[in-house]
Design a protein around this ligand. Structure first.
Ligand code: N01
Length: 496
């Protein structure tokens, strides 16, 4: 994969490379990637990061039980493999340490403006003016937004929440000062986060209530530990490590990625079979029935867990399926009239996945407002470019394959594509480049058509769907993504 990142013609010595100023917004997984590669190639690169540490989602999320449910060896940059993962599914702190290490090794810290939130990006005199919350303004030739998708917490308003005498917080804003052992803990939500919290907290709490609005399909995935011998082998033989990565990639690409885009696929049938088999491990038929979803597996993002069903059957654990009516000083009152006494209430209620670079105001050519362009839903040609926003690109942007395959591989391929578009700036073939309206329309029509065959539209509500019920993800195959990202079709771009 790194070959693709490196395959464009310009290098540090190329004409003009140092004079092209690039603003990268965000120092999470995608920003570290963009910064590393731009810096390596000699671009003048500034990374704006509103927080005080790198790591994005792995910095923000520190909840007990946090782990990545994608195999760690595959969840690494192709240019910075890690032979030292301790287990198949790495815990959050190990992932945060990895991303911090890569940022350090690639010399990014001096390029990062920590504590500087970008609030406005405006096209002025053929450049982008970036304004931060502190009022600093600076001009750049290119902007690459790396602001993530699962970033802005979705915090529902429950009536009476302000009267709660315990502590309440969102899962991505964990309050580590709050004791949990022996306390009465409630978690709202049944997504991947809530499942990991259940495994971590049910045995620690004196009582653990899981407030479920919708049951989720849970797919088992074993989590093996790696011995010191295995790590030594990976260190000594990078090819062995690469083979392991390839095994994980093939399994995911031929399995899950194929399943989600085709409701009639044998891969989806197999996922459903595995989820049903897993559900059968719940001993009490009443509990099993309440945990059984009424929609197809993978319609919502699958919860991946070997332990969730064991944890929800723990003597301390209680699955609450009556709707939350309001919050009272002592706890949560549900529609069946029961008051669930609590000391701590965690909102594992997910994220606002339609935000991207927003709430920053982005004004393109002739004052075109990104908020208006995206008034129905965020869209971008091949997830990378929007008309009237020249030299402005997304990694992990709208319609990116967020739920399909490795987000890191996705971003590496997107960056390789963007770097090819920047080649024209370097060689002075053009000064600005953005997709044409026509090409975006064509892509979007095709994407929406393909969406009809995906599992995401089979009758569940999820964060994949926009206001019109159209999945905001990549609705094509992995092969198509690789092909599209290999080389830009320059006729789809307006160059000036
Ligand atoms: O959030 P979610 P998440 N009243 O949106 C419920 C990734 N991730 O943080 O289904 C009551 O999936 C909502 O209910 P419903 C992963 O991609 C990865 O768990 O809408 N309940 C749902 O149950 C994942 O998909 C890892 O009816 C309310 C839950 O809250 C994504 O992050 C680990 C409610 C939200 O589930 C988001 O996961 C963790 C309300 N008003 C997360 N509002 C890895 O391991 C919402 N809910 C890589």
């Amino acid at each position: 994969m790194d070959d693709a990142v490196m395959s464009t013609t310009a290098g540090p010595d190329a004409v003009g490379v140092r004079s092209i100023r690039v603003a990268v917004i965000g120092a999470g997984m995608a920003g570290i990637l963009a910064g590393s590669k731009l810096h390596e190639r000699g671009f003048a690169c500034t990374i704006f990061e509103k927080a005080h540490q790198v790591g994005g989602t792995w910095r923000d999320n520190t909840y007990p039980g946090l782990a990545c449910d994608v195999p760690a060896h595959w969840y690494t940059y192709s240019f910075a493999r890690n032979p030292d993962w301790n287990s198949t599914l790495a815990p959050g702190p190990e992932l945060h340490a990895y991303f911090t290490r890569v940022a350090k090794n690639y010399g990014l810290f001096p390029l990062i403006r920590f504590g500087e939130e970008v609030v406005r990006v405006e096209r002025l005199d053929g450049q982008w003016e970036v304004t931060t919350a502190g009022g600093q303004r600076e001009r750049f030739d290119v902007v690459i937004t790396c602001t993530g998708i699962l970033h802005h917490p979705n915090i529902p308003h429950f009536e009476g929440v302000e009267t709660f005498e315990g502590r309440v917080f969102h899962s991505s804003q964990w309050d580590h000062s709050v004791p949990l052992d022996g306390r009465r803990v409630g978690v709202v939500g049944t997504g991947s986060t809530a499942a990991q919290l259940t495994v971590a907290l049910a045995p620690r709490a004196s009582r653990f209530d899981l407030f479920q609005r919708t049951a989720q399909w849970v797919m088992p995935r074993p989590n093996a530990s790696y011995s010191e011998e295995e790590k030594a082998l990976f260190r000594a033989d990078p090819r062995a490590l690469e083979e392991l990565v390839q095994q994980y990639r093939s399994r995911s690409v031929d399995g899950y990625a194929a399943a989600v885009i085709d409701v009639d696929s044998p891969q989806l049938a197999e996922i459903e079979r595995l989820c049903r088999e897993n559900l059968e491990t719940v001993r009490d038929p009443g509990l099993r029935r309440r945990l059984t979803p009424s929609y197809r597996a993978a319609c919502k993002r699958l919860v991946i867990s070997n332990d969730f069903y064991d944890a929800i059957q723990h003597p301390n654990a209680n699955l609450v399926t009556s709707a939350i009516e309001r919050i009272e000083p002592q706890g949560v009152r549900t529609a069946d009239g029961v008051l669930h006494d609590l000391d701590v209430l965690v909102l594992a209620t997910g994220f606002r996945t339609d935000r991207f670079i927003r709430p920053a105001k982005v004004l393109g050519r002739n004052g075109v407002d990104l908020d208006e362009v995206w008034s129905t839903s965020p869209i971008a040609y091949l997830a990378v470019s929007v008309p009237d926003f020249p030299n402005f690109f997304f990694l992990n942007g709208p319609n990116s394959p967020v739920g399909n395959f490795s987000a890191i591989e996705t971003c590496e391929r997107q960056l390789a594509y963007v770097l090819q578009l920047l080649d024209g700036l370097l060689t002075r073939k053009y000064q600005e480049v953005s997709v044409t309206h026509e090409a975006l329309r064509r892509f979007e029509d095709e994407r929406r058509l393909a969406a009809k065959k995906t599992v995401w539209v089979t009758g569940c509500d999820s964060w994949y769907l926009d206001k019109e019920g159209v999945p905001s993800s990549w609705t094509f195959s992995y092969g198509r993504f690789v092909e599209e990202m290999t080389r830009p079709r320059m006729q789809d771009f307006e160059k000036r």
